[in-house]
Design a binder for this molecule. Sequence first.
Ligand code: ZN
Length: 575
Amino acid sequence: MLRKWSIAALVLATMLAVGCGEPEGVDVVNQWVAPQWIDGGCEYLDDLALTTVEGLAERAEAYAVVKVSPDLSGLSESEHGVLDELVAAGKIMQDMFRAQATPCYDALATRVAAYNGADEAALDRYFEINAGPWDRRMHHEAFVGGFERPEGANFYPQDLTRADRDAIAADSAMTDLFTMVRRDLDGELVAVSYSEYFGPGLAQAATHLRNAAALTDNASLAAFLNARADAFLSDDYFESDMLWMDVDSRVEVTIGPYEVYEDGLFGYKAAFEAFVTVTDPAESDKLASYKDALPWLEANLPLADEHKNLDRGSESPIRVVDLVYSGGDTRAGIQTIAFNLPNDERVREAKGSKKVLMRNIMNAKFDKILLPIAEVVIDPAQLQYVNPGSFFGHTLWHEMSHGLGPGQLVIDGRETEVRLELKDTYATIEEAKADVMGMWDILKLHQAGRLEFAEGIEKLQPVTYLAGMFRSVRFGINEAHGQANAIQFNYLLDHGGIEYDEASGQFSVNFDRFQPVLELLLNEVLVMEAEGDYDAAQALITEYAHMPQVLADALARLEAIPVDIQSEFSHYPGL
Ligand code: ZN
């Protein structure tokens, strides 16, 4: 049983804490966190020496700086005003996320800013990229200070015992998505709602959203913004998530607590983030027509008719946008190119989910990473086919393909789902399916003359797809996306869809073999999904999800090429 706590006691505790625990000359209070929550575990800063790891400059350089400057010239005066308000709210998400990610973030940031070692500039940049002292690309290893990251980031107290963990797991308030877990004056664990813990920040963010709602003449956007502002103060996000699905305006925003990956201890707590975007009306109209092709694709999948999902009614909207500003969870570490929200199953049940593709971020990754990779590993005769439109196209059709193929199953009269039958292999198999089918969709639609694609798409798309696999496996083949890419690469190589030239160490697409082999793999994956065949899924992973020497050698030659990008938002510099 948890003890009731009182604000008065906590304020007293705060005063004591300020009196004795505050590092000299350092303001440890994040201005968006309510003052009574100054408590959480700053002890680790007391004796922390800012020793940096070797090679910090190289780690920072692995993120290429990119100026993100979408064309806003078509926006009206009031739309610019809306953007300003949304970015102001997004910046608060950025600051609140840092407080979630790193205990005593502000105090540590102040120390880092005062650091004047030889790698001063690299430390500043890397601390910013990682929203703290732990390397998101290296399993959260400390790159400064040598202090191990608390698994639960700053969502929980730093001194949890085994019994505390059990108590948290058994308590519905403490496992809630939208609470921080803290200790009261008596040392008892308490759940503190986000609306209370982050009260000042959420109140300010709510004001910015209401201001934006008053400025916009788009009713769907205004309805979402007002409901989201209410949610910030009530911790009830359901209605605003529902309204977000219907937003259809030039300027759009995705803002609030969403993903739970930052909570490495339990995965209970949602991290704050914001995407402020402008949609491309012409591109979005095109997408609407793409969706009409989905039933035709399903009917033509290389799969027995009895397994086809011909009445799958997926009305999930897809948007193509340019990013104007991002803050919080999504801004830390590897940059998102597409997302699929909300996560609330009640909303998904009622309205599906919205897939948002960020075109300018994809283009930036193409320029800074994918093309330089292709220049090293792709046969020079085929380099001309590597193009940004095909990189974007594959990402788009990958997302579309998640909605095609088997989903609900009946096995021996038992109702079940692909996900439940494939268990731990599901994420890898489903990602492989979406990748392979995304590639197959484009060739198939082009050959049937059902949609217009770029001139030469039958060569552009496969070669760009091949180059893209090198980019993906660089993140490692220990998780679903990396494994899925390794499966495709090895399968295509073994069956002659792609070829390796030993003399040059470069790869090429065999245009005659490529599509038949792709279809073979697609059929294998679809059949194992349709039959819920866990053993077959495991066998495919065992046989193909590994790093062959030729691939390892190729990756070794890519070391000087950035792994990801760090965005600078030209319209809102410094935010
Ligand atoms: Zn996917």
